[in-house]
Write a protein that binds this ligand. Structure first.
Ligand code: FES
Length: 194
């Protein structure tokens, strides 16, 4: 996984941003991450479950053309001392994973109101067991696997627990379309599985 991540980072470093981090919006007193993806640059859906990797170097904007079909990575974000939006490693509150499925294949208990066109859904990748990041590798089978205690989630089914000790599904994150932008995290959505 580390090699793969590094590869993504290197790709991101060598490219010019086509998508910028826009702003942080406060919701319920907490800064939520906001990012935008240009919708027409989303890669086409292939196969049963397609997971896009979204990884960017710390402090670098996200480039949609760097999306990978192999692996989910999310990107933590925050603000620096000058108020600029930056990507920070290791802030679990700001990590998320974005999934895109063939239309109509997202299944309950996903909160369909939190999908875009019934095909794109975003989750926090903070494991509900003990807080590890589950969006690390091994996406081919369509399961998100937590490296800490082998918790497994099915992103196609609302990230419900399909293995290991996690007590509840991953938190689903709010997404919406704003024109051609896919916006994540700029409004509050209650985790339907608190
Ligand atoms: Fe994920 Fe324990 S922290 S399974």
């Amino acid at each position: 996984p580390e090699m793969t991540r590094r590869k993504f980072i290197n790709v991101a470093m060598g490219t010019t941003a086509t998508v910028g981090v826009v702003s942080l919006v406060s919701a319920l007193g907490t800064a939520n991450p906001v990012f935008r993806l240009t919708r027409d640059k989303m890669p086409p859906v292939k196969g049963d479950v397609l997971v896009h990797a979204l990884e960017s170097k710390e402090g670098q904007p996200i480039r949609v053309s760097d999306l990978s079909e192999q692996l989910v990575r999310a990107w933590p974000m925050g603000k620096d001392e000058d108020g600029n939006t930056v990507i920070r490693k290791g802030d679990p509150n700001n990590i998320l994973a974005l999934y895109r499925f063939p239309k109509g294949q997202i299944q309950a208990p996903t909160n369909l109101e939190a999908t875009v066109d019934g095909e794109i859904v975003a989750y926090s990748d903070v494991c509900t067991h003990a807080g590890c990041s589950v969006a690390d590798d091994d996406q081919k089978a369509g399961a998100m696997k937590c490296p800490c205690h082998s918790g497994q989630y099915d992103p196609k089914q609302g990230c419900k627990v399909i293995g290991g000790p996690p007590p509840r599904p991953l938190a689903q994150l709010p997404i919406r379309l704003d024109g051609d932008n896919l916006v994540v995290g700029d409004f509050f959505l209650q985790n339907p599985y608190p």
